[in-house]
Design a protein around this ligand. Sequence first.
Ligand code: PLP
Length: 345
Amino acid sequence: MDYVDFRSDTVTRPTQAMMAAIAAAEVGDAARGDDPTVNELERRAAELVGKQAAVFVPSGTMGNLVAVLSHVSPGEEIILESAAHMYNSEGGAVSGLAGAVVRPVTAPSGVLDPDDIAAVIKGEGKDNVARTRLICVENTHNAAGGTVTPLATMGRLHGLAAGAGVVIHLDGARLFNAAVHLDSSAADICRHADTVMFCVSKGLGAPVGSLLAGDDAFILRARRKVRMVGGGMRQAGIVAAAGLVALGDPYAQARSDHCTAGVLAAGLAAIDASLVVPQNVQTNIVNCRLDAFPELVPHFAVRLKERGVLVLQSGSVARFVTHRHIDEGAVERGLAAVADTLQRT
Ligand SMILES: Cc1ncc(COP(=O)(O)O)c(C=O)c1O
C-alpha cells in the first residue's frame, strides 16, 4: 500500500539537490579535521546559531549525550522537563552513560516555568546533595506537541541559571521550527543557551546528522567526548553535503510545514472538536486527543494504517507530524481516514 506517513519528520528522504551535493561532495578524514565539507557544515551551523564553533555528530541523541558528558560529572544533577526527549527517549543515556542525576520538572505545555526551576536548583554548599550543573530546555518540545518556549522565558531561565553557576543546554532538534513560530532567528533563541544541539535529519530533510554548538572551549571538550562515544566519522562529507543544502534556507520548509499542520488541525477539529484545539498547534506537530473515544484508543493507529495512514500513538494521543512529503492531498487522505475511523466506532 502507498502510505501517507505522519509518524515523524525523520521519515523525510533527501531532495534532488541533496543527492546532487552528495555525489559532488569533497571529502576527507573528518575525525582528523580533514573533511572540507564537514568543516564547512560546522562553520555554517555555528554561524546560524550565533556560537563560536560546532561539531557534526551522527544523531541528535549523540549530540545531547556529548553535551551532558561535556558539562556534567557523574553524580551531578541535570534538570529536565519530565516528558523531555532526553529523559524519556534516549535510552537513559544521561544517567546510564554520563552518570548524571536527573531531576524531572513537569510542565504539561512543554515550557519550563522559571519559578519551578528556581525552586529546585541546588548550588554549592552541603556536600550531601547532587549539585545542579545543567538545565536542558527542549524547544520545540516534541511530546507536548511541538510547543515553543518564548524568548522571554528562555531569557529568564538563562538569567537564573547564570546566577546559580548552572549551564543551559538547548535540545533544539527542531530549532528552526521554534524560530519560525517566534518570527525570530535560531541565533536569537540560542542567545539564551550556552550550548545547543539541532538536527538536519528531521524537517530539514537531510539523511543523517546533528550539530552541537557552543563556545570554542566547549567544542574542544565536546570533540573528545564525540571520539569517546564512537562518533568520530571518516568521509562524513558525504552526508554533511546534504546538511549544507538543508542549511541553505533552514526556515523555508518549517514555514510550509506549519501551514500544513494548521490545515490538518483545522480539519481534525471540524471532524470532532474534541480531537484538537487548532490554536494550540504552533509548529509541525499535531497531537490528536482521543479522550472522547475511549473505545478507539487501543486500535486508532491500526485502523488508520488499514486506511493507508501512519501515525504514532501513545495512549490516548495520536501524533501527526507534517513535513516535506505531506502535501494537500496527504492531509486530505489523513482527514478522510480519521473521519471514516470515527464513523465506524
Ligand atoms: C526533541 C528531540 N531531541 C532529540 C532527538 C534525537 O534525535 P535523533 O533521532 O537524531 O537521535 C529527537 C528525535 O526525534 C527529538 O525529537
